[in-house]
Design a protein around this ligand. Structure first.
Ligand code: ASC
Length: 149
């Protein structure tokens, strides 16, 4: 389990690095790209949240499917925070571009939490999913509090 999770994390970080090389025609395209990735991620994360919070009955298969999508999406938005997007209107605060090392660390924490959420969903255990969901949501919130209007 330990080894498996380690490799998942390594490949997640490698993918983050890979997508950072993605090119966009215009800064607006980069903004749209990151907002789209966050939107899809949020939609599927919220479906897990509905189960974790008891708003809908727990469905282990649905939790797994949603977690897999969240995991895939979690690696994508970061490539859209290119330097030339600082001047494009969005809810991202200017501080984000001044604290890129911290932002990247926060992104890495989020991806690591999502790797754990995906692993929890694959166990089919609701208590594990609840715990991992809460830990992941905390990593989302940390960045929103610091860098989102
Ligand atoms: C969600 C979602 C987020 C996070 C955040 C946690 O379900 O879409 O962005 O949780 O609200 O505070």
């Amino acid at each position: 389990m330990k080894v498996h999770l380690g490799w998942a994390l390594v490949s997640a970080l490698m993918l983050t690095a890979g997508t950072a090389q993605a090119q966009f025609q215009k800064p607006e395209d980069a903004v749209k790209y990151r907002q789209s990735a966050f939107s899809v991620m949020g939609t599927h994360f919220s479906r897990i949240g509905a189960m974790a919070n008891g708003r809908v009955p727990f469905d282990a298969k649905a939790a797994q499917d949603n977690a897999a999508i969240v995991l895939a999406m979690s690696k994508l938005p970061w490539a859209g925070f290119t330097p030339d997007t600082e001047k494009v209107k969005s809810r991202a605060k200017p501080e984000l571009w001044m604290e890129m090392t911290k932002v990247q660390a926060g992104a890495d924490k989020m991806v690591a939490a999502v790797v754990a959420l995906d692993a929890a969903a694959r166990t089919g255990n609701l208590d594990s999913v609840k715990k991992a969901f809460g830990e992941t949501a905390a990593t989302c919130k940390a960045c929103h509090d610091a860098y989102r209007e």
